[in-house]
Write a protein that binds this ligand. Sequence first.
Ligand SMILES: *[C@@H]1O[C@H](CO)[C@@H](O)[C@H](O)[C@H]1NC(C)=O
Ligand SMILES: *[C@@H]1O[C@H](CO)[C@@H](O)[C@H](O)[C@H]1NC(C)=O
Ligand SMILES: *[C@@H]1O[C@H](CO)[C@@H](O)[C@H](O)[C@H]1NC(C)=O
Ligand SMILES: *[C@@H]1O[C@H](CO)[C@@H](O)[C@H](O)[C@H]1NC(C)=O
Ligand SMILES: *[C@@H]1O[C@H](CO)[C@@H](O)[C@H](O)[C@H]1NC(C)=O
Ligand SMILES: *[C@@H]1O[C@H](CO)[C@@H](O)[C@H](O)[C@H]1NC(C)=O
Ligand SMILES: *[C@@H]1O[C@H](CO)[C@@H](O)[C@H](O)[C@H]1NC(C)=O
Ligand SMILES: *[C@@H]1O[C@H](CO)[C@@H](O)[C@H](O)[C@H]1NC(C)=O
Length: 814
Amino acid sequence: MSFTNTKPWLYLLLLLLFILSFRTQKSKGLDTLAVGQSLSGNQTLTSQGGTFELGFFTPGNSKNYYIGIWYKGLPNKTVVWVANRNEPLSDSSLPELKLFQDGNLVLLNQFKTPIWSTNSISNIAHSTSAMLLDNGNFVIRGLSNSSNVILWQSLDYPTDSWLPGWKVGFNKIRNSKYSLTSWRSPENPAPSLFSFELDPSGTTFMLFWNESKMYWTSGEWTGKIFKLIPEMELDIYIKNVTQVSNENEIYFTYEASFNTTLPRYVIEPTGQFRPYWGNNFTRLGLYWTRPLEKCQVHAFCGGFSTCSQDRSTVCDCMHGFEPRVMKNWELEDHTDGCVRRTRLNCSNGENDGFFMIQKARLPVNSESVAVGSIENCKVACLSDCFCTAYAYDNECLIWKGDLYNLQELSSDDKTGKEFYVRLAESELEPVVNTAKKSDKKAWLIVGAIVGFFIFFGIVMLLIWIQRRKTGTFEGDEGSLVVFQYRDIRRATKNFSEKLGEGGFGTVFRGTLPNSTAIAVKRLKNQEQGEKQDKQFLTEVSTIGMIQHINLIRLRGFCIKGMERFLVFDYMLNGSLESHLFRKDLNVLDWKTRYKIALGTARGLAYLHEKCRDCIIHCDIKPENILLDADYNSKVADFGLAKLIGREFSHVLTTIRGTVGYLAPEWISGEAITPKADVFSYGMLLFEIISGRRNRELFHDGPDIYFPVRVFNIINQGEDILSLLDQKLESNADAEELNRACRVACWCIQFDERDRPTMGQVVKVLEGVLEVGLCPTPRFLQALGENSIHYIICQETSSGSKHMHEDDIISTFQC
Ligand SMILES: *[C@@H]1O[C@H](CO)[C@@H](O)[C@H](O)[C@H]1NC(C)=O
Ligand SMILES: *[C@@H]1O[C@H](CO)[C@@H](O)[C@H](O)[C@H]1NC(C)=O
Ligand SMILES: *[C@@H]1O[C@H](CO)[C@@H](O)[C@H](O)[C@H]1NC(C)=O
Ligand SMILES: *[C@@H]1O[C@H](CO)[C@@H](O)[C@H](O)[C@H]1NC(C)=O
Ligand SMILES: *[C@@H]1O[C@H](CO)[C@@H](O)[C@H](O)[C@H]1NC(C)=O
Ligand SMILES: *[C@@H]1O[C@H](CO)[C@@H](O)[C@H](O)[C@H]1NC(C)=O
Ligand SMILES: *[C@@H]1O[C@H](CO)[C@@H](O)[C@H](O)[C@H]1NC(C)=O
Ligand SMILES: *[C@@H]1O[C@H](CO)[C@@H](O)[C@H](O)[C@H]1NC(C)=O
């Protein structure tokens, strides 16, 4: 009885559901193309969940049309798959993408001629349809003997992107690869020579040029990461990276951790491989890149070109050569390389000459010739019609055919070799002039430098004589004292009272004859030499000129043989580190902590903004914040990074305390700006608030990384006092605490553009500037300390960009 009663209800409900589901599907756009249907003009398919869209697009400023798949939500069209990479269309209104009865999906041009198709013709399947799925896969299915079969799917033919659920590997049956091939340029999706492939063993990814030359490898799969991509461990946007191996295929695939962050791996037109993600469909971020530098990509600039990281145009044609296809070259598509402006005249070798490149990293594929001098080497090259260049590096090397991978190095690079490119005589004449001119310039520069040092030396000598004469250690306010080694030794009682040890050296306590307390820092690992001495003096005088109430004052220095000493004011209350983390000292109250935070911010703002040369500290941590008798904070160790120079990378990797304060750009290899200090300052501020190391987990509270806890509590409007160091028993100005928490959150934003400047931080802490809620950088949760330490070491050993001395010097000058 009751059955018959409920039946009409059920029907009604089903009907309602049917209508509803029909409606929602319609409002999101179609995801399926049925037999006979076609797409043209601005018609698109949209996947069920609304993530992907398929249709015609034009890349950048190009006038060409392609069929592609892109993220629907992103403001900028980010194309992840292209159908007709090699067959562009000049129009989109007349061409159509059509699914035929036989299961073939065909792109017809304006004359209805097929220019591209999936070749998925099936005689047995019927009721075929083409559907765009929510993982970006475009699938043609048919019914065969009443079972659903896949006739074709786009993820078997990836272009330059690897998305969650997609695969990179190979199909053993069809003997075909699922490999990525880069676009030629951002405006041209045609396949370039660079590809990302799984090696036949199925355990290692490799980057290839022209399918033949391997220029990078990921290292073997360990089951968790690829050995040479340790960053994967930190990547919280992806999960379940899996190697799938069966009788048909071997491939890797992965899943997205969140459905709003859109991770993808891309092989760029530059030949570099990197991951991207889109946060909440708004911004695409960048995390790491391999190879790190464009010049490390094989044949990045094409044939007969030079590559240099120091130029804004990384690629240039060699002297006497010009781009083969100017239009492509301008779009930074260097595939075609450069060609001679004037042909060689081989019938008569005397008509050819050589152009010298002074500092070169030599191209690949040289042949060695057994002749004993550079002159004979030149003759050997001239006498061979195919010889295009020679160099003499203990032996005679000649090159035949196209020259690839010549890197032009900076003039002070000691590894640079002289390299001679063969040119027609007529191309050589203007060269002589330019060479002379640049010679002249070089001499002028050398002269200026020598002059400067002579002048500087005299000044230093005068200062020194002055000091010797007066025999006092108290310099005028603002001038540096040159100490005698024996005075230093006497003051520190033969280095008996050690105050501490840091990355840059050991610090000893000392007392001057007039009973002023000093701290003497003995620097580590100094190189000896005239150049080093001069550099040391320049740096010391720069640091000596910096004076601010919140920066430690350099009183003077001492040079003795290999050893270098810096003499600072002694700080009665030691470092902030001991007050925050050591149990035996008095607990700093909130007022003092706030004063210290504000003072530190002021000191850093001064370093970044007010000094003549901007100085990036690079090592902000509680150990480097010293406290005077009144608990005024004094930032220590600034400028030393530059002073140590070459050893800096070493210092960074060995300072334990530093890990945990490092901004993400240290890992990604981007240039370091003052915003790296802002990040470290944010981390420091968290520790001032909590009285704990950020990397310690809370055993007596929620087991969450402290910065993450702050984000959660301030964004959910919970009791902010619960974040405070428990030793303070909630005795704090809630308004100040709130300000400090918010500004710290902004300081540790992943994108440095989102972080405030130190000047703004000061204003916020002073209460002059308001600050709003900040977004949670998700990457935070994954920052395991050990992993970061590991990555830095890796980068250093493989010669990462910002770890070179030259780069340190240049990035440290804003
Ligand atoms: C599609 O193009 C037609 C004409 O080219 C235009 O009228 C129409 O507004 C476009 N539709 C969309 C959704 O852009
Ligand atoms: C489908 O049916 C045909 C005959 O109707 C048969 O020859 C074929 O083997 C069947 N295929 C499969 C996969 O069952
Ligand atoms: C790439 O390799 C093919 C043969 O595998 C060769 O014919 C072609 O010249 C190569 N391209 C370049 C630019 O060297
Ligand atoms: C991980 O991915 C593989 C391959 O896609 C899948 O078979 C497996 O179920 C996934 N595991 C988890 C825990 O999601
Ligand atoms: C993301 O996942 C949540 C829960 O799993 C789901 O409710 C939501 O619809 C998904 N959003 C998209 C865009 O797929
Ligand atoms: C994502 O963006 C939408 C608006 O497009 C916004 O309403 C939502 O709060 C954002 N979600 C997150 C987690 O930022
Ligand atoms: C979109 O592209 C423009 C121009 O290429 C660029 O300036 C802008 O930053 C991009 N926007 C986003 C959100 O990526
Ligand atoms: C090669 O050199 C000879 C003799 O100098 C000259 O006559 C001829 O025109 C040259 N050929 C080319 C292609 O430059």
